[in-house]
Write a protein that binds this ligand. Structure first.
Ligand code: HEC
Ligand code: HEC
Ligand code: HEC
Ligand code: HEC
Length: 429
């Protein structure tokens, strides 16, 4: 999976991407899933043979994609209880829930066939279709034409990550706060590459896809860019009004959940020899994506490795001083990360380099570096993704399955067992 003409793809599309607001803010009419779903459009019963796209995307979404159930989730007992604890009249009418569980655009942006109960429908990701619904199916219309008319560029990694993260991490406009978690909402996690695969895809990346000017990057580049963008967005949230939020306690959902939520009998000190900018007994910011990225950047010998590590140290130290100092360090780190998106996307990580990267992730895991669940799960996913990309995952599947078992229950997560299992994967490699 490679963008054949990388420079050309960039020239053509990054400028447009910057100008493109997220679908929730696109100010266009969202015509509704029913407008996409007719049997002559995207509602065929099986994949069309003579068309560049599947044309059964609607049925696939309905049956296989969790996004089609996102609104129904708000009707469950679990959601009813969450809403009750938060003092909301109902989950299905609360803006904070609908903003992530549906395509919650303003009422004057809802077309005739729009239904909020469709959940995260086509236009929640592809953008309001007011200006492209007719034209996008006409012969001779290019992908760029569609984007200029408001189709959201879901193929572009930066735009895609921003889109997914807007709901899977949150923004300053919609955030699953600790109050919402405390009321029973699950912890949110995300990894661009894995979640893209798990959605699951309702498209095929083939020659025709590339010919239409869509951008495709190698899996490892996408994974690295995802870690950079996720780190950036988490840091940016520290600089939003959400963070100070409360006069005494800052927003707890920015911290490592299990720093507070774990048994006092299972001690989780950083093993000796591992960098730890903070003393025991400190509540730490959730730096999961950043920690794994640091290992990767070091393994690949990127010029910014040392700067990133220093920025990470300073961030944690600043978290013990004042909100203003922390916010300044967060901003510095966002700036350090900025050029890394392009480095990730422009660099072809060779098979040999991927092996080095995997090895270093396993070494770090085996040495106890990832003692927080959020880092451990991303490190596992990175090793798994690289192995799939290298095509050798079959050779040590059993040891990977055993390693995964140590992540099965986050409340019972043991950093020590995670490290021991990582050592066994390393031996099995
Ligand atoms: C408008 C908000 C929104 C956007 C945008 C969004 N998601 Fe989701 N996603 C959700 C919600 C809500 C759920 C949970 C659905 C449910 O089960 O009720 C979900 C579920 C998922 C799941 C299943 C999670 C699991 O536990 O197995 C995957 C995978 C996923 N999303 C991937 C993506 C990807 C990839 C993108 C970007 C291309 C994306 N999502 C964009 C809101 C969103
Ligand atoms: C920032 C976006 C966001 C907000 C705000 C949000 N959710 Fe969610 N919610 C998600 C995502 C994403 C998932 C899927 C998590 C996953 O599986 O990774 C989810 C999962 C859930 C689940 C669990 C679904 C399952 O099948 O396990 C429930 C229940 C739920 N949300 C209810 C609510 C309610 C009620 C509200 C409003 C109080 C709300 N959510 C607000 C994004 C959000
Ligand atoms: C959670 C986000 C999300 C939702 C919801 C979603 N899509 Fe997509 N869709 C994507 C992504 C990501 C891609 C792949 C990148 C691309 O080709 O733009 C894609 C690709 C496509 C493609 C392009 C295939 C190609 O070969 O060019 C079509 C057509 C499509 N989606 C139709 C739909 C329809 C119809 C619905 C609703 C039934 C829908 N999508 C719902 C995210 C989503
Ligand atoms: C600084 C410590 C701290 C952090 C960090 C923290 N929590 Fe909490 N959490 C608490 C406290 C204190 C309570 C209230 C417990 C009570 O009322 O018994 C709580 C309550 C909860 C509850 C309700 C449990 C209950 O029995 O009422 C859930 C669920 C929860 N937190 C999830 C999370 C998640 C998910 C995260 C990470 C995103 C997180 N917490 C981060 C301290 C923390």
């Amino acid at each position: 999976m490679v963008c054949r003409k990388l420079a050309a793809c960039f020239a053509l599309t990054t400028g447009l991407a910057v100008a493109q607001p997220l679908p929730e803010f696109d100010e266009r009419v969202h015509e509704g899933v029913a407008s996409c779903a007719s049997s002559v459009c995207h509602g065929k019963t099986s994949q069309a043979e003579d068309s560049p796209v599947w044309l059964n995307e609607y049925r696939f979404w309905l049956r296989r994609d969790y996004h089609s159930r996102a609104y129904k989730t708000l009707e469950t007992d679990q959601s009813r209880r969450i809403a009750e604890k938060l003092g909301l009249p109902s989950a299905t009418s609360a803006k904070i829930c609908l903003d992530c569980h549906a395509d919650n655009v303003a009422s004057d942006q809802r077309g005739r066939r729009f239904q909020i109960s469709d959940g995260v429908g086509c236009e929640a990701c592809h953008g309001g279709s007011q200006d492209w619904l007719e034209s996008h199916a006409e012969a001779g219309t290019s992908h760029t034409d569609n984007i200029l008319r408001g189709l959201y560029p879901t193929d572009q990694p930066v735009a895609r990550a921003k889109l997914c993260l807007s709901c899977h991490l949150g923004t300053q406009d919609k955030f699953a706060s600790h109050e919402i978690m405390g009321a029973g909402h699950p912890r949110l996690s995300f990894d661009l590459l894995t979640f893209t695969a798990n959605q699951p895809a309702h498209y095929t990346v083939d020659d025709d896809y590339l010919r239409r000017g869509k951008i495709v990057y190698p899996a490892t580049s996408l994974m690295l860019a995802g870690l950079v963008l996720q780190s950036q967005q988490s840091l940016a949230l520290l600089n939003s009004p959400l963070y100070p939020g409360h006069p005494v306690m800052p927003e707890l959902a920015f911290y490592q959940c299990h720093d507070c939520h774990h048994s006092m009998a299972s001690l989780r000190w950083q093993p000796e020899g591992q960098p730890d900018p903070l003393p025991p007994g400190t509540v730490r910011l959730n730096d999961g994506p950043l920690t794994v990225l640091m290992t990767a950047v070091d393994a690949l010998g990127w010029a910014s490795a040392k700067e990133l590590e220093n920025g990470w140290q300073r961030l944690h130290q600043a978290s013990q001083t004042s909100v203003a100092v922390l916010q300044a360090e967060a901003e510095n780190l966002v700036a350090t990360l900025e050029p890394m998106v392009d480095v990730a996307l422009d660099t072809r990580v060779s098979a040999d380099e991927q092996r080095v990267l995997r090895r270093q992730l396993l070494d770090a895991a085996a040495s106890g570096r990832y003692r927080h669940f959020t880092a451990a799960e991303l490190a596992f996913l990175a090793v798994e993704s690289i192995s799939i990309s290298l095509g050798d995952e079959g050779g040590f599947k059993q040891s990977m399955d055993n390693w995964y078992e140590t992540l099965a229950n986050e409340d019972a997560f043991s950093p020590q067992q995670f490290a021991v299992s990582a050592r066994m994967v390393r031996t099995a490699l």
